[in-house]
Every structure is written in C-alpha cells, then in structure tokens.
Design a protein around this ligand. Structure first.
Ligand SMILES: Cc1cc2nc3c(=O)[nH]c(=O)nc-3n(C[C@H](O)[C@H](O)[C@H](O)COP(=O)(O)OP(=O)(O)OC[C@H]3O[C@@H](n4cnc5c(N)ncnc54)[C@H](O)[C@@H]3O)c2cc1C
Length: 410
C-alpha cells in the first residue's frame, strides 16, 4: 500500500526502519533532534544472528558488508573471564567459536544506517508531541508540524510518542547507575594486558559493585575480512568497560560528573570497597573524555504490561516501548527486529487492514520486549542482590554467585 510514514527518532531502530521503508518504496521522513549522527554518545552495540538477519531485510547488501567489515566477531574472541575484586580468576564463560554475534561501534552503525536513509533523514528536528485526532500529526518544538498516514515513535527511552500512547512513562529507573569508558589495550601495563587477554570479562564485588570489560577489535577480529570497506571508529584492540553500582543518594552526586572527575570519583568508590589497584587500571588508564555516567532504565519484563494501548495509526518501536538496560546487549538488536517486523506487516496490508497489521506487529513486539528484558534484568537483579547483607557475604566468598553470573549472562 502507498503510505506516508513519519518516524520520530533517528537512533538505531528509527534509522533501520527508515532505511527499510525507503528501500521498499514508501514515502518516509525520519526526524531526530541531533544535528550530526556521528556526534553521539555510545560505545559498542552487539548484534546477534537475529538482528543481523533483520538488517539484511532492511538495508542493501553493500551496507551489511560494510557493517561486517567494521564489526568485531565474538567467535574470534577467547572465552569470557570472571574475576573477583582482587583480580583472581573465578571461571570462564562458554566457548564462543560458534557465535554469529558481532560488536560494532554505535557511531559506525548509526552512520551506516543514516546513509541508507539518505535525504529522508531530517536532523535538528525535535519533536514536542503527537496527536491522532483525524490524521496523525507530529509537532516540533519550533511550532511546525507534519501529517502522515502512520507515525512511528523510535525516540528511545524517554519517548514522547510512547508516553502519549501509554498516557505515562513506559519505563523507570532500574536501580543501577553505570559509568562507561574506553581504554586502548596498549595503554595498559603488560601484566594487565596479559591478565585481561583478548576477551571480555566481568567482576562482581560485594555491595553491588560490578565491572564489565568488553573487548573490541574490529581490525584484528573483523567479522568480514575486507579492510577497504572498514569504517569502524575503534581502530585497534580496545576495552570498552562499564562500571555499575546500585543507585543511592551517594551515586546521585556522581551522576552529574563527567570526564576525568567522573573517572576519579569512580576509582575512589571502587577503592573504598576494597578493589585491587591493578584491577582498576583499566578505568584509570581510560581516555578521560570517553568516561560518562548513565542511568539504567527498564520497562516491565511482563509481555502483558508492554504496549498498554490499542492499536492506531501511531505506534512505536525499540526502547520507546521496551527500554532495556545494556546488561544483555540486546536493546539495539530488538529495535532493529521491531523495524523489520513492522515493515513485514505493512508490506502485506491495505488501507482497510492497517490497524489489524499494527495490532499483530505490537503483539509480536510485546513478546520480543519481554524476552530481552527478562534476560537483561537477571544480571541487574544479581548485581542488586550483592548489595544485601546476604549478598555481600556471598560475594566475599564469591565463587558460586559469580559462576551463576557467568551462566546468566549468556
Ligand atoms: C547517546 C546514546 C548512547 C548509547 N550507547 C549505548 C551503548 O554504548 N551500548 C548499548 O548497548 N546501547 C547504547 N545505547 C542504547 C541503544 O542505542 C538503544 O538501546 C538501542 O539502539 C535501541 O534503539 P532505539 O532506536 O529504540 O533508541 P535510540 O538508539 O536510543 O534512539 C532514539 C533516538 O531518538 C532521538 N530522540 C529522542 N527524543 C526525541 C525527540 N523528542 N525529538 C526528536 N528526536 C528524539 C534521539 O536523539 C535518538 O537518536 C545508547 C543510546 C543513546 C541515545
């Protein structure tokens, strides 16, 4: 059916949808408040086999090839390692040689998707509201508006569109504050390079402190060996780490810090909790400008709670509906799968059956959202559990709980 679609938000899901709609001949406009797609925060995004298959349905093969040439293949990494706060090895994750997943820089992924959307992406357009009396309408903060046959809210965790549909917020703080940063492997001492290895790691200490260290090497571990197509922002072996703490009055103060001040405060907090200095080297030697704090937000893990509205000509996808903490590495993949599924349902519809198609799409999105949230929240709950008296005792003794964490993360 010929249709005009307005997509609010040009993050990963909105751009993936815009690219797919454009490629299928729809009239589409994607609006994002950012003025430059590459000037965005973010570290790496994991795309599993399902997310990659969805992308293949949305963008041209050439874009997929460039993405793979810029992605770091998990199958080329050694098994993940699990540590205690003193850097003692507690165990390993599963063998990754059969994994089809890749890690790709968020900036690279967004830039490639934006290229696929081309002139249908409109930057510097901040949306203030949507309205569905008669024809769906999107209003911008500059007072202008556009109408469309279908509006899709792909505007992320604090979505204006989903908030309108649900008549309230669709997610809430998950109780954890995170800090991320990137550290080049060669900036670490030889001993730490040796300990951390060519693999990702996780350490959970008592009192809810956790440190995830992801290993990314889009050059040495390229998912597709085609250097001429490579456009990764990360150009050598890099640890992209995430430190996590339960939210409290004390962490509130940390939230407003950034750069070197945030890095210093973070190190102090780990030291207060008895973490060994060498374990903290990966934080201490990070590029200070890469260190930033963010709050974990989560929607409900129950499918029945997601999409609490009746289908209409305004719908949503991705974090707008099922905001997911990064602990499962599945949020972006789910947004891309939402986009592919919505396109699939639209392709088979007519003007008369549009609402039925949206109903079916939203039902599947509910299931998808609940699945990834359940996985992501297992790690969040585990981290929060170590903040209890019993949890603190257990993590001091450590091994069983961390072994459980190793299993839960997969
Ligand atoms: C800056 C940033 C950094 C991130 N870093 C990571 C990371 O390192 N690792 C990870 O796993 N996940 C990260 N994420 C989350 C991950 O990108 C999302 O979970 C995933 O991509 C879901 O995609 P989405 O399209 O639903 O939302 P997002 O990719 O979050 O996109 C939402 C988009 O909507 C735009 N937007 C929001 N409100 C408005 C408005 N009112 N008007 C116009 N535009 C609006 C935003 O500018 C943004 O581009 C990050 C997200 C952001 C926004």
């Amino acid at each position: 059916m010929s249709m005009r679609v307005a997509v609010v938000g040009g993050g990963i899901g909105g751009l993936a949808l815009g690219a797919g709609l454009r490629r299928s001949g729809y009239e589409v406009a994607v609006f994002d408040r950012d003025t430059d797609v590459a000037a965005t925060g973010g570290y790496h995004i994991t795309l599993d086999q399902r997310a990659q298959s969805a992308l293949e349905r949305l963008v041209a093969p050439e874009i997929v090839r460039r993405l793979l040439a810029s992605g770091s293949a998990l199958r080329m990494r050694d098994r993940d390692a699990f540590w205690d706060r003193r850097g003692r090895l507690l165990g390993h994750g599963p063998d990754l040689t059969g994994s089809a997943s890749i890690d790709v820089d968020r900036i690279t992924l967004r830039t490639l998707l934006a290229e696929a959307v081309g002139e249908d992406l409109h930057l510097g357009r901040e949306v203030s509201g949507v309205d569905q009396r008669g024809t769906p309408r999107v209003t911008f903060t500059d007072g202008t508006s556009v109408t469309a046959d279908l509006v899709v809210g792909a505007d992320g965790t604090h979505s204006v569109v989903a908030r309108h549909l649900a008549a309230g917020p669709t997610s809430r703080p998950a109780g954890i504050i995170g800090f991320s940063g990137r550290t080049r492997r060669t900036d670490l001492s030889p001993a730490e390079q040796q300990r951390l290895g060519l693999r990702s790691s996780m350490a959970i200490g008592p009192r809810g402190a956790a440190l995830y260290i992801g290993y990314l090497d889009p050059v040495g571990n390229a998912a597709l060996d085609a250097p001429e197509l490579r456009m990764s922002v990360t150009t050598g072996p890099t640890y992209i780490w995430g430190a996590m703490f339960p939210e409290s009055a004390r962490t509130d103060a940390l939230r407003d810090l950034s750069g070197a001040r945030s890095q210093g405060a973070l190190l102090d907090r780990f030291r207060d909790q008895g973490w060994a200095e060498h374990v903290l080297e990966v934080i201490a030697r990070a590029d200070p400008s890469s260190v930033a704090a963010f709050r974990f937000n989560a929607a409900s893990t129950r499918a029945a709670d997601l999409v609490p509205w009746n289908a209409s000509r305004i719908t949503a996808l991705g974090d707008a509906v099922h905001a997911t903490p990064p602990t499962a590495g599945m949020g972006a993949g789910a947004a891309i799968r939402d986009a592919a599924d919505l396109l699939h349902h639209l392709d088979a519809t007519t003007e008369a059956t549009l609402i039925e198609a949206i109903t079916r799409y939203e039902a599947r999105m509910r299931e998808r959202g609940a699945e990834i949230l359940t996985t992501a929240m297992k790690t969040v709950r585990l981290i929060l559990a170590t903040d209890t008296t019993l949890g603190a005792a257990a993590t001091t003794v450590a091994t069983p709980l961390l072994a459980a964490a190793a299993r839960l993360r997969r």
